[in-house]
Ligand binder design. Sequence first.
Ligand code: NAP
Ligand code: G4F
Length: 338
Amino acid sequence: MRRALVTGVTGQDGSYLAELLLGKGYEVWGLVRRSSGAGAARLAHLAPDQRARLRLVEGDMTDPSSLRKAVREARPDEVYNLAAQSHVRVSFDLPEHTAAVTGLGALHLLEALREGGHRPRYYQASSSEQFGRAREAPQRESTPFAPCSPYAVAKVFAHETTVSYREAYGLHASTGILFNHESPRRGEAFVTRKITRAAARIRRGLQRELLLGDLDARRDWGFAGDYVDAMWRMLQQDAPGDYVVATGVTHSVRDVLDRAFGRVGLDWSHHVQLDPRFRRPVEVAALVGDATKARAALGWAPTVDFAGLIDMMVDHDLALADAEARGGTPPPPAPEPA
Ligand code: NAP
Ligand code: G4F
């Protein structure tokens, strides 16, 4: 039985990846923090036979000894490093924490692999934010990085460290430069989910208004389930590499509002207010990716388009709002930190 170690297993991508790997017969070891209460809910739906092959090991990306222990115990064939402080605006408030977890954490993990002597294949969760004020559009593997947030700087560090460990020590280490990907399991502080949650709750009379920072920003949004499949495909290649994963289509925050509120039959302009607290000190205005290499080399293609993605999220959030209205679970969304 193949074994995989997944950091960030309680996150959006971690839960989809764990599901994918368990479905392929892997034993999955997930690194979890003691404080991972809410995130653990993302793994609650696993079938009993899958749950039996999911082993949770306590650890933290800022604690190298816990990573060494996790690697020693799991003896993985594949390691997926998904753990991060992943919120861009929050990284301006917590720059050192973000650097420690998102940047240095990857180095600690790579060192644990190198020192361990056991040489699993390694995946690094890189980000389209690394392109920042992008020098060209669409962005591809050769586009220079121009990070403009503490998060993006930390991701560039982790990315370049991965490339340098590949070159220096011959590790089978790959990076996936993933553009935004969303799902019903997306954290509620990211803009798509913030909007779909609000559209559903406003429709059901549980909320009146939605506060947003910027309606003009454009992103290339895909479905998280598709993107974890690309991660797995990278580690099945004979040679490691770097891959952009994207749909190639860009939309604005305003487009998300149109689709989500349209789905519930409301006019968003009656409910949305701009609030500068949700703006970033520096905004990445537009990103769009060119996944030609991933399509050709990995045989990967997205299966869910923008409209299908937003509809899927709204429908899920309508069911949550219905449960909330009936007085059942879940509680209202936690407010996005401002
Ligand atoms: P997410 O939902 O925010 O999940 C982040 C995960 O990291 C959670 O499991 C979290 O655990 C864990 N984590 C945070 N700090 C940690 C620490 N100090 N030690 C150990 N674990 C820690 O993120 P995601 O959307 O699934 O994204 C997965 C990865 O891909 C991240 O590295 C993100 O930066 C990157 N990425 C995401 C996108 C996207 O659009 N989603 C695009 C490009 C790259 P808790 O449950 O304990 O908080
Ligand atoms: O949903 P977002 O917070 O995602 P962002 O900043 O693009 O980062 C996400 O995708 C990255 C990949 O490019 C990942 F690496 C990263 O970990 C994360 O998953 O914001 C999307 C856009 C931004 O331009 C933001 O300024 O929406 C804009 N926006 C407008 N109003 C808002 C809001 N974002 C949030 N979170 N909250 C708002 O009220």
